[in-house]
Ligand binder design. Sequence first.
Ligand code: FES
Length: 251
Amino acid sequence: MTTTQPEQSTVDISIFGDDIVEKAQQIIARYPVARSALLPMLHLVQSVEGHVSQAGIAFCAAQLDLTTAEVSAVATFYTMYKRRPCGEHLVSVCTNTLCAALGGDAIYAKLREQLGSDGKPLGHEETAGAPGTPGSITLEHAECLAACDLGPVLQVNYEFYDNQTPESASELVEKLRNGEKPAPTRGAPLTDFKQAELQLAGFFEGRDPADNAGPSASIETVRGAKLAQERGWTAPSMPDDAPLPALPEKK
Ligand code: FES
């Protein structure tokens, strides 16, 4: 059996200071083996740089005893890891089937035009404004955001804004560009992309726990459960001696 050996990287990773190394160690301590910590580690490096740079990849590799190729393979597989610097806010418009049919495509087209410049609409994962500066916005179209009952939806830094129209989405983005942080329809108050990434890495410092007590379920989401409750419907119970389904025979 061959094993990969951690490599010596020549990339400068000094942007990740002692405080980030300390956080990395806390993340690693959550797992039985260091390599399992890679996903939150990539969120941690995004909280510093606003994307996963070559330095971020080298940092993760060094902390987790992985090769940079192994870290790159993961960082380039998942769409939540950005390879180019993001704006202060990441706006994700769902253009999957249901939202698209309800107006998601029109919302995305509207925001592309609104955030574009010189007559050129903004493209997928492109940023209006200098990345990281106040009011800068990265736009992306997203696959199903698991809120189809509330479509068309969009997210800002992964917080939900439900039942959108091109007009309401346009107004929301204009407010973001002006430094405002309109409250999401549900969930925690809006922060910015880097702060959201820190939370995805498992750190909630500076957040009042009460902040996270926003509405988490919408009327639409619990409508079925409420109807069942009002009408006294319950799921049939499973008899204790119900036979287990037969497993297919091994061939
Ligand atoms: S299709 Fe948009 S949330 Fe599911």
